[in-house]
Design a protein around this ligand. Structure first.
Ligand SMILES: [Zn+2]
Length: 229
């Protein structure tokens, strides 16, 4: 066998082997879950992915759409970013990870449901609230990318200006920002087209982590209401 050609030269002081605890967890997955579901994975590899839904959720480690919906691999096309935000449609030739993921899901995978999943105690919303309020915390003062990303929240922050205490306004912004992202989504031409052709529907969810409750945005009354269990 010929020796493999190096992909690139990166210092092994920078890029390290997998930490022991992850190797152990992987071995457990491979020897257990994978062996039990081998045919499912082979099917996924052969026929590709056909997820019926896309979920845009926060990068927060406590938010797990797969666990919430009892999902199996192949069930959801998932995009995660800070504070589960959808930026405005802006085809300016720059790098747009979230918009690219949405475009792929809608135009190539032709998903039927696009869900924005927000959550309680969101650090991104908390930081964005303070940035919009002009009270940016010390930790973010040196940040390069985070404040710019969080300024997507500015219109939703302005809409909630009448609410008084900070905690109430932050909670309000967690839900208000989901509605704002839905409205940004609806302005993407290919999203609008898919909705008008009956291919796609949009959904806004907010997850109360401690209580385990899921709330859905009801566009008719303009509020989030609990999903029945
Ligand atoms: Zn979050």
């Amino acid at each position: 066998m010929r020796a493999k050609k190096k992909l690139a030269s990166l210092s092994d002081e920078i890029v390290r082997p997998l930490p022991e605890y992850l190797s152990t967890r992987y071995a457990t997955w491979y020897n257990g879950h994978y062996q039990d579901h081998q045919s499912h994975y082979q099917e996924l590899a052969t026929y590709g992915q056909h997820p019926p839904a896309m979920i845009i959720s926060c990068a927060d480690s406590r938010v797990n759409a797969m666990s919430l919906f009892g999902g199996e691999d192949g069930d959801f096309f998932i995009h995660r970013n800070i504070a589960n935000l959808v930026p405005p449609y802006n085809p300016d030739g720059d790098h747009h990870g979230t918009s690219a993921a949405i475009e792929y899901a809608v135009t190539v995978l032709k998903i039927s449901h696009l869900i924005i999943l927000g959550h309680s105690g969101c650090g991104g919303i908390h930081a964005g609230y303070h940035a919009c309020n002009g009270t940016i915390d010390e930790a973010l003062k040196q940040s390069i990318f985070i404040p710019k990303w969080l300024d997507i929240l500015a219109p939703a922050f302005q809409d909630g200006a009448k609410l008084k205490p900070d905690a109430e306004r932050i909670h309000d912004l967690e839900q208000r920002s989901i509605v704002h992202s839905l409205s940004n989504l609806a302005a993407f031409p290919f999203v609008r087209l898919a909705i008008s052709e009956g291919q796609l529907s949009l959904h806004g969810l907010w997850h109360d982590i401690g209580a385990g409750k899921l709330h859905i945005y009801d566009a008719e009354i303009g509020l989030f209401t609990p999903v029945g269990v």
